[in-house]
Design a binder for this molecule. Structure first.
Ligand code: ZN
Length: 196
């Protein structure tokens, strides 16, 4: 247990699989770890503040800086929550994004529930860059499936098989991008203040 919530940083990154809890982008596409930060799911300031949850691990979410900025101290009112308007919460059992939002082939989002609508509107998940990102990821996924289907054919010439296997590895790198770690024990450079 840490009293300083920033100490949970590396644990959170791993728990959230290096992805933003809201737009689901991998850190790799956000400039690495620096493109993300720690979000207090239930705000610790503002009208619906829960300051006692400042260092409560279950209230800490790994989040991209853009979603964090749009989210701010926003939280739905009791009346809104009663009508189902709330943030999609990937830490709640059975609260996956795809139950609340459908991704269309061009990457735009179609809210399926009030929670999907609230999350998409508040965090602007309809942002153009996000739509582009989702469309590209969907295209990668389709190509992976097509290549896997071709590779399952037994009578594939060896040269063609090798080419397809190389292509498959390249595509999988985009779907499961690498994670960059600082060397263990790195304390920052001499004379520099350590990061948060
Ligand atoms: Zn995000």
């Amino acid at each position: 247990m840490y009293s300083d919530y920033t100490q949970y940083r590396s644990l959170l990154r791993t728990d959230f699989q290096y992805r933003c809890a809201y737009c689901l982008r991998h850190e790799f596409f956000l400039g690495g770890e620096a493109g993300c930060c720690i979000d207090h799911h239930r705000p610790i300031r503002g009208a619906y503040a829960h300051p006692e949850l400042i260092a409560n691990y279950s209230n800490l979410y790994w989040c991209c800086r853009e979603c964090n900025e749009y989210k701010g101290d926003t939280w739905p009112s009791v009346e809104k929550i009663e009508r189902g308007f709330r943030f999609i919460d990937p830490c709640r059992p059975k609260d996956d994004h795809d139950l609340h939002l459908r991704i269309l082939p061009d990457g735009t989002l179609e809210p399926l529930t009030s929670a999907g609508r609230y999350t998409s509107d508040t965090l602007r998940l309809w942002r153009k860059q996000l739509a582009h990102y989702r469309a590209e990821m969907a295209r990668c996924q389709r190509e992976v499936q097509e290549i896997q289907a071709l590779l399952s054919q037994k009578r594939l010439p060896p040269e063609e098989r090798r080419l397809l296997e190389t292509l498959l590895l390249e595509l999988l790198k985009w779907l499961e991008p690498p994670v960059f770690h600082r060397p263990r024990g790195f304390q920052g450079f001499k004379g520099e203040k350590p990061e948060e």
